[in-house]
Design a protein around this ligand. Structure first.
Ligand code: NAD
Length: 498
């Protein structure tokens, strides 16, 4: 069986730790490979190589860096289908969805291609007599990315194109559940002309993550994953003196107001709850029906949910694939059962689904849990599966209060035909990304992505302008070029403009 290696210094490097983890095809349940799990020494080797590469990459001209970014953009575009197939094979999501994630990652590469513009500083002429001031943004050094299983191409691409465009070198620790796409991306960087060592992939688990958090040669960490690990990584890496952005989990609410078109809202709820088997940090996992039409909405959503075609991701006819592991399936199935014990009502039950020919796959069908209250575990926990909880609220203010009482603040959406109500909702919610009749409001690449509260630890959102700020630090220069004929104006008072 294949052992998936690391990618360090421009080439694939076999693991030396002797530890590995299984990688599965979630559609069949069969193990397809083993991935090497790095130890402290292997992480150290990657960071050192990246540190050496930083010395010259950080000094490469903006045009030299731009050329590499544009070449990388062309290669990702040319290999979009191939990358999508790699994602579908190890993650399980359907091919159209996998293509979509590569496309959204590509958009960040396109943003980073504008590095000449993004890294422009400011200049103030004559702030004092004969004195000018200008500002620069300089790269940090070696930066690391630690990423989750659910977007094996897109989430790393929120990070490395921007970090590398800014002149940093990068060590990626992808999810051990679906690591292959990152190795292919590393090869594309090399083919694009990126010098060896600027982009590295270290496969691993907790040991590799902690080694990156502790390593004195790593200047900054971008983390995306679940809230408990985001919190721990943020605490550990900031204690080691690093700049950290750690994006965590979510419970995203869609609030459906009585004036919304019920068919439009239901179609979008179903796609946002069950797309990618609910394994999106921006998936809608809680619908809040406002007013008296909640029962009608549940009926339409359950009917549309039952019609979702569940099957292997590589089958173009499938609309929803399996979840990532047998453990995830069992956890989700248990959470559905527990919700009924706590008084919820199953309007659609996806437990026990059988996909012909894929009986051992990790499938859970679309599930709609009605009559959910904020006290129930199915609402309090991030289920991260195809489970939509439905709650009720009397009016929009009650719905806003419900959204704001939740500890997460990643994304939310409102369905309404009233501009005034939508505006009230947008201004009232304590959430980082808001959709108005858009259920999954993932910002385009030239804006930044990030949640509030337990969905993000650190000051910066990811990619877009905040990504550039995160991966650079400011330098401000105050300069004077005195004429040899001028008398020295040195004085002992604190300098002020003259
Ligand atoms: P995870 O937290 O289990 O893993 C994320 C990364 O942390 C992986 O690289 C993993 O190897 C590593 N890791 C796991 N356990 C660790 C430990 N004990 N110590 C140190 N590192 C550890 O998350 P996941 O299951 O891969 O991904 C799903 C989660 O990611 C969900 O909670 C989802 O909401 C979240 N997510 C958030 C965003 C966002 O933008 N906020 C985006 C995608 C996914």
């Amino acid at each position: 069986m294949e052992t998936i290696p690391h990618f360090i210094g421009g080439q694939r490097v076999a693991g030396r730790s002797g530890r590995g983890a299984p990688v599965y095809d979630p559609a069949t349940g069969a193990q397809t490979a083993e991935v090497a799990l790095a130890d402290v020494d292997e992480v150290d080797a990657a960071v050192r190589v990246a540190g050496e590469a930083f010395t010259s990459w950080s000094q490469a001209s903006l045009s030299a860096r731009s050329r590499v970014l544009f070449a990388f953009r062309a290669l990702v575009h040319a290999h979009l289908d191939e990358l999508a197939r790699v994602v579908a094979a190890e993650h399980g999501k359907v091919l159209s969805d996998a293509r979509g994630e590569v496309q959204r990652g590509l958009e960040v590469v396109e943003f980073a291609c504008g590095l000449g513009h993004l890294l422009k500083g400011g200049y103030s002429d004559q702030v004092s007599s004969g004195v000018d001031v200008y500002s620069l943004r300089e790269p940090l050094g070696v930066v690391a990315g630690i990423t989750p299983f659910n977007f094996p191409v897109m989430v790393p691409m929120w990070m490395h194109p921007v970090a590398i465009a800014c002149g940093n070198s990068f060590v990626l620790k992808p999810s051990e559940r679906d690591p292959s796409a990152s190795l292919r991306v590393a090869e594309l960087w090399a083919e694009a002309g990126l010098p060896a060592g600027v982009f590295n992939v270290v496969n691993g688990d907790r040991a590799a993550v902690e080694a990156l958090c502790d390593h004195p040669g790593v200047a900054a960490i971008s983390f995306v994953g679940s809230t408990p690990i985001a919190r721990a990584v943020h605490a550990r890496a900031t204690a080691a003196g690093k700049r950290v952005q750690a994006l965590g989990g979510a419970k995203n609410h869609a609030v459906v107001l009585p004036d919304a078109d019920p068919d439009f809202a239901a179609d979008h709820l179903v796609a946002a709850a069950f797309g990618s088997a609910g394994e999106r940090c921006m998936a809608i996992s809680a619908a809040v029906a406002v007013g008296a039409r909640g029962d009608d909405l549940v009926e339409i959503v359950a009917k549309k949910g039952a019609a979702v075609r569940v099957g292997p991701g590589r089958d173009e006819a499938s609309e929803m694939g399996p979840v990532i592991t047998a453990e995830a399936r069992d956890r989700i199935v248990a959470a559905i059962g527990h919700s009924t014990e706590q008084g919820a009502h199953l309007a659609l039950d996806g437990r026990g689904i059988v996909v012909p020919g894929h009986e051992d796959g990790f499938f859970v069908g679309p599930t709609v849990v009605d009559a959910v209250t904020p006290q129930m575990d199915v609402y309090r926990q991030e289920i991260f599966g195809p489970v939509l909880s439905v709650l009720r609220a009397g009016d929009v203010d009650e719905a806003i209060a419900l959204v704001n009482a939740n500890p997460y603040g990643n994304g939310t959406a409102v369905f309404t035909n009233s501009g005034e109500t939508a505006r009230r909702f947008v201004r009232g919610v304590s959430v980082g990304m808001v959709g108005v009749n858009v259920p999954i409001p993932v910002p385009v690449a030239h804006y930044s992505f990030g949640g509030w509260k337990d969905s993000l630890f650190g000051e910066h959102h990811i990619h877009g302008p905040e990504g550039v700020a995160f991966y650079t630090r400011a330098k401000v220069v105050t300069a004077r070029w005195p004429s040899p004929r001028a008398a020295s104006a040195a004085s002992y008072h604190f300098p002020t403009g003259q």
